[in-house]
Ligand binder design. Sequence first.
Ligand code: ADP
Ligand code: MG
Length: 606
Amino acid sequence: MRVPILALPELLINQIAAGEVVERPASALKELLENSIDAGASDIRIELIEGGIKRIRVADNGGGMPAAELVLAVKRHATSKIRDLNDLERVATMGFRGEALASLGAISRLTVASRVVEAPHAFRLQVLGGDIGETEPTALAVGTVIDAEDLFFNTPARRKFLKTEGTEFGHCEDAAIRVAISYPAVAISLTHNGRQMWAHAPQSHEARAMAILGDEFAGSSLQINESHTAFSLNGFIALPRYSRAGRDQQFTFVNGRFVRDKLLQHAIRASYADVLHHGRQPAFLLFVTMDPALVDVNVHPAKAEVRFRDSRAVHQFVFHALNKALSASSAEISTPMADPSQFVSANMPSSATRDWPRAVQGQMAVGSEYVAVSFPQYVANEPNQIANRFYDVMRGEMANMPAAIAMRDDTVAPPLGFALGQLHGIYILAQNQQGLVVVDMHAAHERILYEKFKLAATLHETASQPLLAPIAFAIAPRERELLDDNRALFLELGFDFAELSPNEIAIRAVPALLERREPHDLLREMLDDLSLHGASRAVEERRDEILSTMACHAAVRANRTLTLPEMNALLRQMEETERSGQCNHGRPTWYQFAMSDLDRLFMRGR
Ligand code: ADP
Ligand code: MG
């Protein structure tokens, strides 16, 4: 028998809509906070009971609503925020769908109380399971108080999906924190079961961000301020050494709205790809601002997703801005950190580094003497080559250097200074203007090689070194497959193979960059990497993976004795290498100990 079509009753319609908008207390809270922001509030107070399940109360000092509009406010698709399609296409408010209060009215015991500045007193309105009551007078200062009690009391199936009070509270707190980060000029407080959890007075963006993310983040972050014709990107990103196990400190906002956006996530991750250890999560807090017409916020009922009109441009802009910040050479990034001990000083004055090596082109200190360093004319005309030549020249000059270098105070020293010696075959100790520099030689060398390899690969200049006697290599079927799938890549990098049998190949050529190293282990490790991380990823990512493994293999091993000139050469290369503040796995490569740090250690007043 055919079942006739019937229009659904209003309450059921609202309950269905509520399913999309209000999934749990946190989503209700988010909607209420957005309404307060849209109303221009400068003070928002949140009170939750039992994780918000029993009660969510949001009080604000915004513009309020006149008595006559209270009924409309709790009706579906009634809004003061947009009027037509044109408005919808350039929404500048947090809300616009006119669904939140109607949804809450359908699934909770809702009270809306509000007062506009012209009104002699406030009015309130109750909605109980969709039944709208009478508008009646009440006492309240200018602003609005929304109170939603007993969430899902009349939709028991939904109520069953709620988690424990603690979990629901945690989600509510996250929602409140996102608003707090995005609107630092608004005072905001959170109370749970009568206890105040936190409160923030109006603050600057930076102060609010650091208050929420903590001192450790504050001490390890870079500020981002980039703009492009159509967009701007502001906020803070953590240096790779401050990585996290989870995504708990990842905040992206588009025009003030917290969003989880795959495109932004991807751009951010890609900019960290080279400096962050696999499996670690970066921490960041980024605000993308653009003309509202360039981003569609009407994609998702909870407005947690957006769609950019020109997603490629947004991706590139974000990636380049962050990549630039993270790539700044060792001398510019403040690698030294508060950890392991607080006495490690902050960073080097960047002015000192920017003037270098120009400042020392004419003269440099070797021992206690200045040595004139001259460049052939053609080199001086090619700034890109100066660094390399400089290093060669210096190597020659330094060969005759005394074992320990005494630097004069007025010496213009390069940022990472001159080597003093090697510590237990692992660290290089160097003296620079600020004091002592300690370098993890393997980590630093690994980064230098990696950047060099990448550059060569990008320029398609990876030379191949044929082996006089090809080396036989036993290969499992799975490895074989990986090798075949990535053949072009291996060739590009300078490897060449010949097939001996289905389970044996011959390595005929290896990348010249590897110098005299045994290719066996390296190839095996590269295949392991590929199988672990999958061949499905972009060629460039796979390539970098392989290059990173190559760099690790080729880098100086612990316990190899280096001569002072070799150590100095390494320091000079670090200064010229992008991202040299971290090794390929995101660990720091060097620390600065300022004289004042050392003085403090020895309680030596200066
Ligand atoms: P939307 O925010 O999408 O417009 P809501 O259901 O959240 O829809 O709110 C409906 C209307 O009620 C809003 O457009 C706004 O005019 C009014 N309103 C809601 N909350 C507040 C508030 N805290 N202060 C002032 N007006 C409010
Ligand atoms: Mg709203």
